[in-house]
Design a protein around this ligand. Structure first.
Ligand SMILES: [Zn+2]
Length: 228
């Protein structure tokens, strides 16, 4: 049997085996589940896992659903510190390994947001809000539009979508957030823009700051462009 692949951009690769994709989704969900309990703010899905899940066919979805439904049982292994009571609500504190390392969190999270430093990580280094980064003369080397990533399926205008862009001589992953599947940039376009790093490590381009020129040096008017 021929091996099945899904196409999406990750670590500079475009094709990933179905098995790798499924395992990756489950891993993303595992870490997401422990950071943000179900039904909490961002919802049940890790944003990247959700995007990848959208690529899967029915058969693979069923398999991933099964594995994801088992993730909750891992929560039994949560480390409760019997000697530490929450200063706000009196319930026990639990040890967690978060974005900034080990810490104690109230076992009643998200009802109670109390947290305490962990002796092994007494001074967690919290990141400051990222400052916008200005970029100029960036030449598009690749543009993955929503409908390319999602196997040619058309997207209704108004659907929140994330387009991925890469630039020559730059190995970071840039994204343009928009509504709908319209492609904004083409290979060879030159751009100036400001962007910010998000919590996933992608650079989000602020579309209001985006100025672009096509290969012939003509400025691309407005936020939308017509081609072909
Ligand atoms: Zn509490």
């Amino acid at each position: 049997m021929e091996e099945k692949y899904y196409e999406f951009r990750h670590w500079g690769m475009n094709k990933h085996s179905a098995k790798w994709t499924k395992d990756y989704i489950v891993d993303l969900q595992k870490s997401f589940y422990h950071e943000k309990p179900q039904k909490f703010l961002g919802g049940y899905w890790s944003p990247t896992a959700k995007r990848l899940y959208g690529l899967l066919d029915e058969e693979d979805r069923v398999e991933v659903d099964k594995k994801i439904s088992l993730i909750g049982s891992d929560r039994e292994s949560i480390k409760i510190n019997d000697e530490l009571d929450c200063p706000k609500c009196g319930y026990k504190m639990v040890e967690k390994d978060g974005k900034y390392g080990l810490f104690y969190s109230c076992s009643q999270f998200p009802s109670c947001w109390s947290s305490m430093p962990h002796p092994d990580n007494p001074n967690p280094k919290f990141e400051k809000k990222p400052e916008p980064i200005e970029k100029s003369d960036m030449v598009v080397s690749n543009y993955y539009s929503y409908h390319t990533k999602f196997n040619g399926k058309k997207v209704k205008s108004g659907t929140p979508t994330t387009h991925e862009v890469s630039f020559e001589g730059d190995h970071k992953n840039y994204i343009i957030k928009t509504h709908g599947g319209r492609q904004h940039l083409y290979v060879g376009d030159k751009c100036n823009f400001s962007c910010k790093k998000n919590w996933e490590g992608d650079y989000v381009i602020n579309r209001k700051t985006l100025t672009a020129w096509d290969r012939k040096g003509n400025q691309i008017p407005g936020k939308y462009r017509n081609r072909g």
